[in-house]
Design a protein around this ligand. Sequence first.
Ligand code: SF4
Length: 532
Amino acid sequence: MSEQVLLGDEAVALGAVHAGLTAAYAYPGTPSTEIVEYLIRYAARHGGVQASWSTNEKTAYEAALGVSFAGRRALVAMKHVGLNVAADPFMNSVIVDISGGLVVVVADDPGMHSSQNEQDTRYYADFARTMCLEPANAQEAYEMTRSAFELSEQFHIPVVLRLVTRLAHSRGVVRVGDTRAQNPLRMPRDRSAWTLLPANARRLWRELLDRQQDLRAYTSRQGENRLELADSRLGVVTCGIARNYYEENRGDLPFQPSHLHIGAYPMPIDLLRKLVAHVEAVLVLEDGYPFVERALRGVLPPDKEIRGKQTGTIPPDGELTPDIVRVGLGLQVRQGVAAPPIPVPQRPPQLCAGCPHIDTFNTLLKATEGLHARVTSDIGCYTLGALPPYNAVDSCVCMGASIGMARGAADAGFHPAIAVIGDSTFLHSGITPLLDAIVADTNMTLIIADNEVVAMTGGQPSAIPSSRMEPLLKGLGVRPDHLHILETHPRLVDRNAEILRREIEHDGLSVIVTVRECIETARDKTKKKAHA
Ligand code: SF4
């Protein structure tokens, strides 16, 4: 046993290595990025495990599934909305007979610090009929990752590990154990259990449903879930990280409520029943959606009071905090020390000085002067083109949506319809909607702002270098006479705007790739060279 100070994400990564991980895959996404970043560094230093970035969460998931198929242990990591992209293999992989342990780490972002929604991964795990573990601190993140591999192999299912931003990005002291040897390569015990033809799938689905009682038996024992029966006036249910906020306030209460902590799902129905039978009222503290609260409302007698997000005792949106929990427990808000007023200038988010996207947006604004252009955008630094001084973007919904939406907007009659997408987002989810637009020769213009990296999450490499973008686009079927690869630079804005304007006037699909490396990545490279 030794101790290390680790981020929640890093504790997951090290827990996986110590559990005998063979390979890990991910597409970067805040707040999960540091898991595979840690594993890539670990693999470079120590060898033994493979860790790499994938083109998107679906391809990452499928690679991890292949490792499990070969009998070895795999981890796939993503942010919560990434699971939407990987939902197809995820839902189906719960039905197959998982061989090597498969752990699906999903980092939710309550409070939307860097996301477009607050979706709660516990629903996905429940929807797929699989198990979900929810650590409360970095130590549990480490331990639960190790357990998740064991449970995956015990029950032959992928096991979800749900993190939230506050845990993924907090550091804590973690006691770490020994490293387990990797599994040997082995054939699945039943090949038909990996081939989801309807006849096989019907049998496997039935078997999965039969296994639910084993999963519930596991979560109803005292382990990750813990029940302490105390005062009967109130029962507090905490889920994952909410336990810390409760513990911080518990000592100030005039009595000690009964307490059920949930760190493993399916819902521990027996423990919930015992708690509810013992208390007059229940307060549910959970980050994300009212997942447990809603389940309780369905099973409790109507005279039993339940307090939580649905009653307004806890705000229905945003992150939990110790003070929110304090108010939910009926305690007075603590008075903080009044900080002396410091005049802090407003700093709205903006593109870095010298960012190549600045030149792309200046080009776009110049080319569309006098036109009623509709610009659908995508997820990346360039989404900031929606804000002043550019105000150049009308939408940003999900990865890759810019292209499909521009196609639909053009079909509906908008002209010019222009999509702006970064190179890594294009490779992640933009290729298939572009194929649709190519097939239909949609009257739209696509701008791929190619800065050569996944800039927003810290400069991870794009799936392919810029030099391969042109052959890729030609190979997809973009007409060479309406495909332009343009260096972007302040001195080239006028020239590029002329080309873009011509292509906007073309009655059909045009693709413009504006290329220059992210200035932050370029600076990092220069620094590294200087220190080499
Ligand atoms: S990180 Fe790179 S791409 Fe993002 S705003 Fe800064 S310079 Fe532009």
